[in-house]
Design a protein around this ligand. Structure first.
Ligand SMILES: CC(C)(COP(=O)(O)OP(=O)(O)OC[C@H]1O[C@@H](n2cnc3c(N)ncnc32)[C@H](O)[C@@H]1OP(=O)(O)O)[C@@H](O)C(=O)NCCC(=O)NCCS
Length: 177
């Protein structure tokens, strides 16, 4: 069973651990392993300063571990979604999001649930436009965003470098009626 919830500073250590695991296993995220610029203290500080309220948050998908797990924890984080916006009048109707799900929890609807949750958050907080970027060849991400009603708004050739290849990035967005 998966539970979606918003995290507070108390969840910083587990979330950072999840992000670092994703940096190791996912090819299409911004950071290569070891590049993430925040340690736990800086990350706690970052979460604490997500302010004013309603201008950014982190959602996590928490999965119950199977009983054979060697770890003492009953749950593990399967994925997260970060949403952020700027507070100024001319741009505060838009918010940017990033999502990551661990491979072992992929393809089971977790991404869809997180994307639905951020839409509820956006509507509650007066956000009208959600947008994101992705590497064009990331088929899983493109499939998820299209399914959720996002459209391609911009193309950015050679925007990221994966190994020795320069790859195209896309901006996708969705207007919330
Ligand atoms: C992209 C990602 C968020 C999808 O999350 P998910 O929990 O697997 O997605 P869901 O199970 O909710 O599936 C939703 C849709 O995504 C697409 N999708 C998911 N996994 C896919 C795969 N392996 N191949 C192709 N399409 C896939 C499908 O369109 C799917 O819809 P369907 O179930 O009706 O076919 C996840 O694969 C991930 O985090 N990958 C690594 C990090 C990453 O690339 N993040 C995005 C950066 S822009």
């Amino acid at each position: 069973m998966i539970r979606i919830r918003e995290i507070s500073v108390d969840g910083a250590a587990r979330l950072l651990q999840l992000m670092e695991e994703l940096d190791h296993e996912a090819d299409y995220l911004l950071y290569e392993p070891g590049e993430r610029p925040m340690d736990e203290e800086a990350f706690r500080d970052h979460i604490q300063k997500l302010d004013p309220p309603g201008f950014g948050t982190f959602f996590v998908a928490e999965a119950r571990r199977d009983l054979s797990s060697a770890s003492g924890d009953e749950t593990e984080l399967a994925g997260y979604l970060e949403v952020r916006r700027l507070p100024w009048a001319r741009v505060r109707h838009r918010a940017y999001l990033v999502i990551g799900i661990l491979k072992r929890h992929g393809g089971k609807g977790v991404g869809t649930r997180l994307m639905k949750e951020v839409e509820l958050w956006a509507r509650r907080n007066g956000v009208r436009r959600l947008y994101l970027t992705l590497i064009a060849e990331n088929r899983a991400a493109a499939g998820l965003y299209r399914k959720m009603g996002y459209e391609v708004e911009g193309r950015h050739p050679a925007s990221m470098r994966l190994g020795d290849r320069y790859v195209e990035e896309l901006t996708m967005g969705k207007w919330l009626d």
